[in-house]
Design a protein around this ligand. Structure first.
Ligand code: SAM
Ligand code: DTB
Ligand code: SF4
Length: 348
């Protein structure tokens, strides 16, 4: 088995054995390595804050086994039409006022229809005009659709690999793993940033968790953001009732994402609502530096803003300022200053 080097440069050639060797490290050693790498690239007190909005909910033709929005599962999620641009902008303003720097618009589509693209483009333009980074997750994209979204000013496209290639077929049957890689290539080819991660706690093995992280790190470019979701179990989906993942194994997964993709934002993503503050703190110590912020993810719950502000205060964390355009950094606006001030007062 190859030795695990203490100093890990940007690499795209991880073997499964190497990733498994990281999983096998003593927990304190793994955390120490991940925390050290985190500090080489980021201020560990800063956490990037994104807010999600489901702009088109439910009624999805796909069969993703974890998803409450698949039409075929009876989860109580009602299908809606695409929201109006005005309603989306209103939600984006609220997210900004609460301290978010990125606004991610999600649609329960297999892929957008060409006629949807101008409507989504209008949302992107108006949300960006508020000074927010924009992200969208709309399913599979063609090259032309990616180009149109880029022209509208979309900063990030979220499209997850979800799990290891060898476990994928047990979770999703209506599209291939390769389809996901193709969409990510279209997104990269037009110069958009990628947000790409997966879900753990779906009954996969450690080897398969390693396979997800290995595949993410071996993409032609590391995703700019790497959301690590812990399965939110929703009654009516095939994965409801799956055995819970050991919380320390979840922290290991975060730490190894940090080690393999040292310059990426690693997002402690879905699943936070049922995590203790202590577990979340361990994740931040292991190199997570991004969260979804606001009471709702797409259809399921997220910690409320007051709980997150209190957590930031207890841990001495602060929201990361928005990065607009090519590396240009917008100073923390009045809103994130408000969040920070609230945090500082509580911490005092
Ligand atoms: N329909 C589009 C697609 O699948 O690409 C975009 C929206 S979809 C809901 C975005 C991602 O949310 C999925 O790829 C999956 O990783 C995550 N997700 C969905 N349901 C989840 C759940 N119950 N728990 C954790 N993550 C979930
Ligand atoms: C991601 O990786 N997680 C988010 C976002 N990207 C789109 C979605 C989580 C969804 C959780 C289930 C729900 O709220 O419907
Ligand atoms: Fe549809 Fe996306 Fe849910 Fe899959 S994850 S069922 S594609 S909304």
């Amino acid at each position: 088995m190859p030795a695990v080097s203490q100093h890990l440069a940007l690499r795209h050639d991880w073997s499964r054995e190497e990733v498994l060797a990281l999983f096998a490290l003593p927990f304190p050693e793994l955390l120490h390595r991940a925390a050290s790498v985190h500090r080489q690239h980021f201020d560990p007190a800063e956490v990037q804050v994104s807010t999600l909005l489901s702009v088109k909910t439910g009624g999805c033709p796909e069969d993703c086994g974890y998803c409450p929005q698949a039409a075929r599962y009876h989860t109580g999620v009602d299908a809606t039409k695409l929201m109006s641009t005005e309603a989306v902008v209103e939600k984006a303003k609220q997210a900004k006022a609460a301290g978010a720097s990125r606004f991610c618009m999600g649609a329960a589509w297999r892929s957008p229809k060409d006629r949807d693209i101008p409507k989504v483009a209008a949302m992107i333009q108006e949300v960006k005009a508020l000074g927010l980074e924009t992200c969208a997750t709309l399913g599979m994209l063609s090259g032309d659709q990616a180009k149109a979204l880029k022209s509208a000013g979309l900063d990030y496209y979220n499209h997850n690999l979800d799990t290891a290639p060898e476990f994928y077929g047990e979770i999703i049957h209506t599209r291939e793993f390769q389809d996901r890689l193709d969409t990510l290539a279209h997104v990269r080819d037009v110069g958009m940033k990628t947000c790409c991660g997966g879900i753990v706690g779906m009954g996969e093995s450690r080897e398969q968790r390693a396979g997800l992280l290995q595949t993410l790190a071996n993409l032609p470019a590391h995703p700019d953001s790497v959301p690590i979701n812990r399965l939110v179990q929703v009654e009516g989906t095939p994965l409801a009732g799956t055995a819970e993942l050991d919380p320390f194994e979840f922290v290991r997964t975060i730490a190894i994402a940090r080690l393999l993709m040292p310059q990426s934002m690693v997002r402690l993503s879905a699943g936070r609502e049922t995590m203790s503050d202590e577990l979340q703190a361990l994740c931040f110590a292991a190199g997570a530096n991004s969260i979804f912020y606001g009471e709702k993810l797409l259809t399921t719950g997220n910690p409320d803003v007051a709980r997150d502000q209190a957590l930031f205060a207890r841990l001495g964390l602060r929201p990361m300022p928005a990065s607009i355009g090519d590396g240009e950094v917008e100073p923390a606006d009045a809103c994130s200053t408000t969040v920070h001030a609230a945090i500082t007062v509580e911490a005092a």
